[in-house]
Each structure stands twice: as structure tokens, then as C-alpha cells.
Design a protein around this ligand. Structure first.
Ligand SMILES: *Cc1c(COP(=O)(O)O)cnc(C)c1O
Length: 215
């Protein structure tokens, strides 16, 4: 399925101007990104380093690329020169490695701390209670701008709501400690209206905009 302009306009209207829409284009061809770009979309999310650098090389420079996947330390250097925001920072080790890479290229890198609230063990992220142990001063080359979370894959609204509330609470608490905190990235195709009701200001939407992915 190609990019759906009507769906795009409907989502923009629905989420309002206070919420940033990240169009998740992983495993979608370059042409559908171009179509979304032409319709006015500038923020795109990708999960795989190799795929991101191949696509970025073929697309306009004013696209803001969000890395939303699980990032391996040895691949940071490939995206560091151009990435707009790294959403999936899920360990102290990765934070330190990104900070180091940012220092090497003298570019401040913007990061979100990924917080684990879902039932699935396979999902990544910090335990919400472990985050107080992070100190912005330890990462002078980073701007820690908020948190990212993924709810459990379920239709149970109560479970989703509890998890989104926990993410919002975590965000509000940490905001007092981290001066640059501004983004609460939560909500995907299946759950973004509820995520916004619970305080999200950044949603990551893929399949609703672009249809099923190739893999
Ligand atoms: C793939 C992905 C999305 C988009 O999922 P959809 O259900 O297709 O909207 C959002 N966030 C992350 C972290 C993803 O990996």
C-alpha cells in the first residue's frame, strides 16, 4: 500500500499542533517517503542503521531523521553526523558511547531515554525507577530531551492506560531534574489516541500511514 495522503491529513488534524508526528518508514521504499515528504512531512523514523543511511543519502537534507530502533554501540558513528533525535537509548553503556561519539565529531546529540513499561520482556529500556541514577552532567555532549516508551501489544485499554500513565509520571518526575526534557514519545498506529490523552507529545506512526511493512 502506498502513502495515504487522506489518512495523513486526518491524523495531523486529530493530533493537533502540540504533538509531533514521526512517520515511521522502516522497511518502506524510498518512494513512499518522498510522497510523504511532498505532502509536507519532515520527521521520519527508522529502526535499522544500514537502511537509514542508504535512505538518507537519497532524500532531501531537511528531513529530520529519528532513530527509533535498538542502537548498537559500534554503529553510532554512522548516524551521529546527521541524526536528529535518538529515541531508543536504553542503557548507561549506550549513553556513554553516544556521548563519546558526539565528542569526537563535536556535535551535540539529542537523545530520549527509553523506559520499559510493557509486559513483554523482549522490549528494551530502563526500569522507570533506575533513571534517577542518571546525571546529565556525565554526558556533556548530549542533550537529554525526554523519554520514549512502548506499551504492551494488547487491546486491553486498561493495561495501555496504566503503562502510558506510568510513562507520563516518569517524564514529569525527571523533568525536574533534566533541564532539557521536553518530549514524551509514546503512541503508535494502534494506540496513539490514548497515548495523547495520557500526555504524549510525540507519536510514532508507521503502518497506519504506509500500510503493512515488507518484512
Ligand atoms: C515500528 C515502530 C513504530 C511504528 O509502529 P506502527 O504500529 O507501524 O505504527 C513505532 N515505534 C517503534 C519503536 C517502532 O519500532
Amino acid at each position: 500500500m502506498p502513502f495515504q495522503p487522506e489518512t495523513y491529513q486526518r491524523i495531523l488534524k486529530e493530533i493537533g499542533t502540540g504533538v509531533t508526528l514521526i512517520a515511521v518508514s522502516k522497511l518502506q521504499p524510498v518512494q513512499v517517503i518522498r510522497n510523504a515528504y511532498t505532502a509536507g512531512q519532515k520527521d521520519f523514523g527508522e529502526n535499522y542503521v544500514q537502511e537509514l543511511i542508504e535512505k538518507a543519502g537519497q532524500l532531501p537534507d531537511d528531513i529530520r531523521w529519528h532513530f527509533i530502533g535498538h542502537l548498537q554501540s559500534n554503529k553510532i558513528k554512522y548516524i551521529a553526523p546527521f541524526v536528529h533525535l535518538i529515541h531508543g537509548v536504553d542503557s548507561l553503556k549506550l549513553l556513554a558511547a553516544i556521548n563519546k561519539e558526539a565528542g569526537k565529531i563535536q556535535r551535540t546529540l539529542h537523545c530520549l531515554l527509553q523506559v520499559h513499561v510493557a509486559k513483554e520482556e523482549t522490549k528494551h529500556g530502563f526500569d522507570p525507577h533506575s533513571l534517577q541514577g542518571i546525571h546529565a552532567a556525565d554526558y556533556p555532549n548530549l542533550e537529554l530531551c525526554g523519554i520514549m516508551g512502548m506499551a504492551t501489544f494488547t487491546d486491553d485499554e486498561q493495561v495501555l492506560q496504566n503503562e502510558f500513565h506510568l510513562l507520563k509520571q516518569t517524564f514529569d518526575t525527571l523533568k525536574q531534574k533534566f533541564p532539557d526534557f521536553k518530549y514524551l514519545s509514546m503512541g503508535m498506529s494502534g494506540d496513539y489516541p490514548l497515548a495523547i490523552q495520557c500526555g504524549s507529545n510525540m507519536v510514532r506512526i508507521g503502518s497506519l500511514l504506509f500500510g503493512a511493512r515488507l518484512a
